[in-house]
Write a protein that binds this ligand. Structure first.
Ligand code: KMH
Ligand code: ZN
Length: 279
């Protein structure tokens, strides 16, 4: 089986220090959390950033500061900024994260970024809006900037939207999907198998189980040959009622499960090969 790519979603936009005091806000805290995950075996850092008081932001200068700080201590990690940001942000705000230079890698833009392929309920009255025009615009800009999208899909309909966008020229193949389960769609083995079965042949995939399903989804994905995302964005607990000490602790748990199931962990270089990223 292919080696396992572990993505650490270290910060997110919704969780706070009230949920877990180790949720990072400052540049230093974000770099610290990225480093714990990287040391434990994460090859991709999925990145949201915050103001010092925890307010989510897509400000490109804040992204630049965080990426530079992470790069100093995680020299070869794949840093994947979010273009989802937080509910209610405008498209222009959200796209700023793709403008950031990665000077240490000699790149004008990030290697990867997320591309959310549909609208979904986000709890209470919150709706995370991604119209067809938003997706087209984000897809086109990512192609122009050479940024590989991680296609975030919160239900099966979003896979169909991504395929439609590919046919219209807004997303290139091979596609890489992140199934975010437990938000709009439930997170069971049946749901995951259905999603895997629905993506085009030749695509790669990872799963982010949100909330209590996080490590169950990870274990199933490891056994199926897919890839795994964990981290505070999706779940701040290491086990029921116990806050994780760091994102690294969550990554370590995935590494242990993978070892038990005979799956080796991909280095960032190996992850780049699997995903077709330029070294
Ligand atoms: N925070 C959510 C509204 C992404 O990173 O692309 C959007 C999100 C998806 O987290
Ligand atoms: Zn995110």
């Amino acid at each position: 089986m292919e080696k396992l790519i572990i993505t650490a979603a270290i910060c997110g936009a919704e969780v706070t220090k009230e949920h877990n005091p180790n949720v990072p806000y400052t540049v230093e805290e974000i770099a610290r959390e990225a480093h714990t995950a990287y040391k434990a075996g994460a090859s991709i850092i999925h990145l949201h950033v915050r103001e010092d008081d925890g307010t989510p932001t897509q400000d490109k200068n804040r992204f630049k500061a965080c990426i530079d700080a992470i790069r100093k201590i995680c020299p070869d990690a794949i840093i994947q900024p979010s273009t989802g940001g937080a509910v209610g942000m405008t498209d222009l705000e959200r796209l700023q994260s793709t403008e950031v230079e990665e000077l240490a890698l000699g790149l004008k833009h990030p290697e990867m970024a997320t591309l959310d392929c549909g609208t979904c309920n986000f709890g209470g009255d919150e709706v995370f809006v991604n119209t067809d025009n938003t997706i087209k615009n984000f897809g086109k800009i990512m192609i122009e900037r050479g940024v590989k999208p991680e296609i975030e899909v919160f239900d099966k309909g979003m896979i169909d939207i991504a395929i439609k966008m590919h046919k219209k020229g807004y997303i290139k193949t091979p596609m890489h999907f992140d199934f975010v389960l437990g938000v709009q769609m439930s997170a069971t083995a049946r749901d995951l198998a259905f999603m895997v079965d629905s993506i085009p042949v030749g695509s790669t995939w990872t799963v982010a189980g949100v909330g209590k399903s996080q490590f169950q989804m990870a274990a199933i994905a490891i056994a199926m040959g897919g890839h795994v995302r964990v981290g505070f964005e999706d779940n701040v607990y290491i086990e029921k009622g116990v806050a994780a000490k760091s994102n690294g602790e969550s990554v370590e748990k995935v590494v242990r499960i993978a070892k038990e199931l005979g799956r080796q962990i991909a280095t960032p270089t190996e992850a780049r090969e699997i995903l077709g990223l330029k070294p």
